[in-house]
Each structure stands twice: as structure tokens, then as C-alpha cells.
Design a protein around this ligand. Structure first.
Ligand code: CMP
Length: 149
């Protein structure tokens, strides 16, 4: 199976009507969408998602921000998917993110950085399982699969 990564558009990304823009960029890159949801996260899921940050001073703000409105969960598949999507999202702090990345082009904030993506293949496996059942992820062929290897 090709590499998969988990991507979440945060409440500010949804609120600023950037869902289509983000999806467009991943599609145009050649990634394949294999799972998609819109939901307002409960506190338990948000805390589990950001568990590695639980000792950080911004943890409370992070959880209240991510549960404050609708979010979009996606699983994207493609060669080197984890690193490619991280590169397309840009640096965590939007002010430091390169132009041409989603955060560099659309954001100004460190906390409200519009989009999240898994930082490793292991993290992707954990994050995908947190939001998707196996029967909510789809394996299918695309006509251009052979041109994207
Ligand atoms: P994300 O990629 O979702 O992973 C953890 C999130 O914590 C990060 O994006 C930011 O939204 C947020 N974050 C990271 N560092 C800080 C910080 N120093 N202050 C506030 N929020 C932060």
C-alpha cells in the first residue's frame, strides 16, 4: 500500500473558507484522497490527538481552539505522503512558513495555523486510527497512478 498521512483542517481553516483551497493543492500535487470527514471534535479526542503536548503551557488553549468549531479530517495517499504534505503545509509558525505553502500563503499565527498533518509514518498510523474506522478508508485506482510513481 502507498504511504498514507492524516491531515486536519482546523476551525480557522474551515472558518476562513480554505477547505477547497487545501484539497485543491493536495489533489494538484498528485495525492489521492482516501478518507474525508467534517466534525466538531469532542474534548477527549482533542486531548488524545495532542497528547504529546499535554505538559506544554499552550495545551489548554490548543484543546479549546481545536474543539471550538468544525474541522475536516482527511487521509491522503501517495509516494512519500507524510513528508510531501508537511512540506506543502509549511512551518508551524505561519510567519516563518515559506511563501507557496498553505501556512505561508494564508496565515499569520503560530497557534491558529489552519492545518495539521502527521509528522511521521508512525504518527500517521496513530492519528488515522483516532479518526477513521478501516471501512471508512477507500482503496481505488486513479487513471494517472502510473504517472505519479
Ligand atoms: P500542529 O501542527 O497542529 O501541532 C501542534 C499545534 O500546537 C501546532 O500545530 C500549533 O497549532 C500549536 N502550537 C505549537 N507551538 C505552539 C506555541 N508555542 N504556542 C501556541 N501554540 C502552539
Amino acid at each position: 500500500m502507498a504511504e498514507r498521512t492524516f491531515v486536519m483542517i482546523k476551525p480557522d481553516g474551515v472558518g476562513r473558507r480554505l477547505v477547497g483551497e487545501c484539497i485543491k493543492r493536495f489533489e494538484q500535487k498528485g495525492m489521492k484522497l482516501v478518507g474525508l470527514k467534517l466534525q466538531i471534535l469532542g474534548e477527549d479526542v482533542a486531548k488524545a490527538h495532542y497528547d504529546e503536548h499535554k505538559e506544554r503551557p499552550f495545551f489548554g488553549d490548543l484543546v479549546s481552539f481545536i474543539t471550538s468549531g468544525p474541522t475536516v479530517q482527511m487521509v491522503w495517499e501517495g509516494p512519500d505522503a507524510v513528508a510531501q504534505v508537511r512540506k506543502m503545509n509549511g512551518a508551524t509558525d505561519c510567519k516563518k512558513a515559506d511563501m507557496g505553502t498553505i501556512r505561508g500563503d494564508f496565515g499569520m499565527s503560530l497557534q491558529n495555523n489552519m492545518i495539521h498533518a502527521s509528522d511521521s509514518v508512525e504518527t500517521a498510523v496513530r492519528e488515522i486510527a483516532l479518526y477513521f474506522n478501516e471501512n471508512e478508508l477507500w482503496s481505488y485506482a486513479m487513471p494517472d497512478d502510473g504517472w505519479l510513481q
